[in-house]
Structures are given as C-alpha cells and as structure tokens.
Design a protein around this ligand. Structure first.
Ligand code: ADP
Ligand code: ASP
Ligand code: MG
Length: 405
C-alpha cells in the first residue's frame, strides 16, 4: 500500500532563525512518523526576500527582471537545504530540491510567472525511497532554463500545485497566524478566526490584498478540488479550511471579511478624446507590459473629452506612467497624472450578491469616520473603495465593526 501524501508549506516567519528551522523539522518528522509521505515547501527565511530586493535597489534603479528573479530565487535556495539538514539531524532521511529539480515549469513572465506544467517524477522517486522532499517554493523554470519567480507570496502556489499533481491527501499552509480571519489580525485585534471559507471568497480576499494566501494558489486549489488547511506553525489546534461553497453550511449569506492593500497608485489620462477604441488604446499596452489595471473609472464625457482613471500597485506606477505618456501623445490626450499614497479596502462575501444594502453600509461606515472615497469598484462578491493610505487602519476597523464581523 502506498502511503498517503501530505504537503506542508512553511512561510518565512516560521523559518526566521536556526531554532525555528529545527522546530519546523520536528513538526515535519512527526507527520512522517504518523504514516505520511511528506513533501515540504518552504519560503525564504524571515524577511530575506525583502532584503534581497533592497540589495538590488542599491545597485540598480530598475534591476533587469531576469536578474532580479535569479537573485530572489536564492532566498528559497537557502531555506530548503537548511530544512533538509535539520531533518537529517533528527534522523529523518530528506532531500531538498530547487524548483527546476522538482519539475516546476512556468512561462517566462519574470516576477509573475505562472506554473504551466509540473513533472513530479523526481519527487515521486524520492518519496518512494523513503525521503522527505523539501522543495524551494516561489520559483520555477521557464523555457531556455530561465529561472522565474511566481510573484510575492508565491510559495503557497508551489505547495498547492504539488499537492494537486501528487493527488495529496491534504495540503497544509503553516503561517504566523492561526488561520484566515475576518480581517488582518495585525490590523484588527478583534478579528475572528473563520473555521471554513469558500474558494471564491478566499480568492477575492487574497486578490484584494489579504496576503495570507497567494491568489493563484486558491485558483489552483479550486480547479483541483484540493481543500487547504491554513494553520499556525507556532500553535497547535485547527486553523481554517478553504473548501467549496457547498461544503459550508453556516454563515452563507453575509459579508465574510475585510481586506486591505496599501501601496496603491492612481493614474489618470486627462482630456481623452471620447471615441471608440480609446480604452483599448490605453489598456492594451499596459496589459502587454503585464501591468494589472485595477479599479477603472471613466468620467462622463464633456464637450467630446473624458478622463480615464485607474489604479495599479505602487511598484508598477513608474512604468505605467511612462507607457501612458506615450499613449497620451498618440491619442491626443491632454496629460497624464499620477498619485501615490492610496490604499484599497474591500468587503468580501457571497452575501453581497443582490444586496444593495451592503454597499450603502460600507459607504456610511467610511463617511462616519470622515474617510473620503476616491474610487469604487464592485464584483459579485466584493466591494472595493480606494482611500487615502493614511486612513486604511481606521477604515478596516470601521468596516469590521459595521458588518459585525
Ligand atoms: P507566510 O510567511 O507564512 O507566507 P505571510 O506574511 O505571507 O506569511 O501571510 C501571513 C500574514 O497575512 C499574517 O501575518 C497577517 O498579518 C496577514 N493577513 C492579512 N489578511 C489576513 C486575514 N484575513 N487572515 C489572516 N491573516 C491575514
Ligand atoms: N519568499 C517569497 C516572498 O517573500 C515567496 C513567499 O514567501 O511565498 O514573497
Ligand atoms: Mg505568504
């Protein structure tokens, strides 16, 4: 009888120190003793990815994307062998693998690569030989053997992709909080731990900035019906199960959580001649540069001209502005404006569907705290407001209270 496969992912905070790595090793050893074939996916130690980014910015104003990927991939290249060594020390046979050795193939979009294939033959061989396999998360290999990374927080996606490919019995995401809360527990001390959350709601929370799960990881989990267990690597006890909507009985028709994202920039193309094809002319070059435009607002046309505003992450701001300046010249727009220092707050829940009262409650809660709403966007299960970044903490607290979360 083959043993069931268990995938366990450990985030950077769980691996911040040598003692932390040994502690993680003991946890993995216990899972192996319990009868599982264990695949471990690790992030870089502590804040080492941030430190590598800072290092790059000291050397170059805009480091080349492929060099940056090669640099950032070294963070996980350090933690994976260390976890493997810690297991050896505990008498557990283990082997560490970089992304390419684990068979993780991606496209070549540096810094936001997507996994396009996974050949788990090597992982399977190692498991069959009785070893724990420790995989460096967040990285893969594109064509011509180019090292790629999956975007910040991407180790979650590595873990879920491997769990799906190996048809794992379970996939556990160990992090520094007990699970998924109704809001970032670091922001809202009264946030409540959710026992279960459905894939679509988790995806919206993650896309709206709740960094506890990488959005792509949630998409893959849903596509393969892989339940995820998000739990604390510091405390025992169950965390949150991310599962299908059908599997959730309680709390169906309501707002489930509040998410926020700082570091948002707004770009406006002002005085755009109002004719068909203008939106495409503005957004196609951004898409080509892989810049996601988020909340989009077009003002009502006045004397044949209109303004088009949208948000991007602050990191994409300078490049987006450069692209738009070219576009503005081509289409005869008056000017391009950019504003930094904004933030996004969102309420998420399947209960938003068909309930206009939710938007009204959200806007009232913000206005009562005199928080100005700069832009608004909605989806079936999410309402997002763009506000001043200085007010984001107040806003999240106000919304958490207003929806009695
Ligand atoms: P890891 O290193 O384990 O991947 P991350 O920092 O990526 O950890 O994600 C965990 C963090 O996500 C938590 O420390 C918490 O501050 C933040 N977070 C944001 N929103 C939520 C939420 N709704 N529930 C839980 N954590 C959240
Ligand atoms: N180390 C990477 C990051 O900091 C990937 C991850 O932690 O999941 O974004
Ligand atoms: Mg993370």
């Amino acid at each position: 009888m083959p043993r069931p496969v268990l995938v366990q992912k450990f985030g950077g905070t769980s691996l911040g120190t040598p003692a932390g790595i040994t502690r993680v090793g003991r946890r993995i050893a216990a899972s192996q003793r319990a009868g599982y074939d264990v695949v471990v996916v690790v992030s870089a130690m502590g804040d080492s990815t941030d430190r590598l980014l800072t290092l790059a910015s000291r050397v170059a104003k805009e480091p080349a994307a492929r060099e940056l990927d090669l640099l950032l991939s070294t963070g996980e290249g350090v933690s994976a062998p260390l976890v493997s060594m810690a297991l050896h020390e505990l008498g557990v046979p283990a082997v560490s693998l970089l992304g390419f050795q684990a068979g993780i193939q991606t496209d070549r979009r540096h810094a936001k690569a997507r996994i396009v294939g996974l050949t788990p033959a090597r992982i399977e061989r190692e498991l069959a030989a009785g070893r724990v396999v420790v995989v460096a998360g967040f990285q893969g290999i594109g064509d011509e053997m180019e090292v790629t990374t999956l975007g910040r927080g991407g180790s979650d996606t590595t873990a879920v992709a491997i769990a799906a490919a190996l048809k794992a019995r379970a996939c556990e995401i160990f992090t520094d909080v007990r699970g998924i809360y109704t809001a970032d527990p670091r922001f809202v001390p009264s946030a409540r731990l959710l026992r279960r959350i459905a894939y679509p709601e988790m995806l919206e929370l993650a896309s709206a900035g709740a960094r506890v799960m990488h959005p792509r990881a949630v998409e893959i989990a849903e596509a393969f019906s892989m339940e995820l267990h998000v739990r604390s690597s510091f405390h025992a006890g169950p965390g949150t199960i991310i599962c299908s909507e059908e599997a959730i009985m309680e709390d169906r028709n309501r707002v489930r959580g509040v998410a926020h994202e700082e570091h948002v920039a707004r770009l406006s193309v002002v005085g755009v001649p109002d004719r068909p094809g203008i939106a495409a002319a503005i957004f196609a070059p951004l898409a080509e540069a892989d810049i996601a435009a988020d909340v989009i607002v077009q003002t009502a046309s006045h004397e044949g001209v209109t303004d088009m505003s949208f948000t991007v992450s602050s990191a994409d701001g300078p490049q987006a502005e450069r692209i738009l300046q070219g576009v503005a010249r081509d289409i005869g727009a008056r000017t391009v404006l950019s504003q930094n220092g904004l933030a996004k707050v969102s309420v998420v829940g399947s209960g938003i569907r068909g309930q206009p009262g939710v938007a009204a409650t959200m806007f009232r809660a913000l206005s009562e705290r005199r928080i100005n709403i700069e832009m608004i966007s909605t989806s079936e299960v999410r309402i997002t407001c763009i506000i001043d970044a200085d007010r984001v903490k107040d806003a999240v607290a106000a919304l958490h209270e207003a929806f009695k979360l």
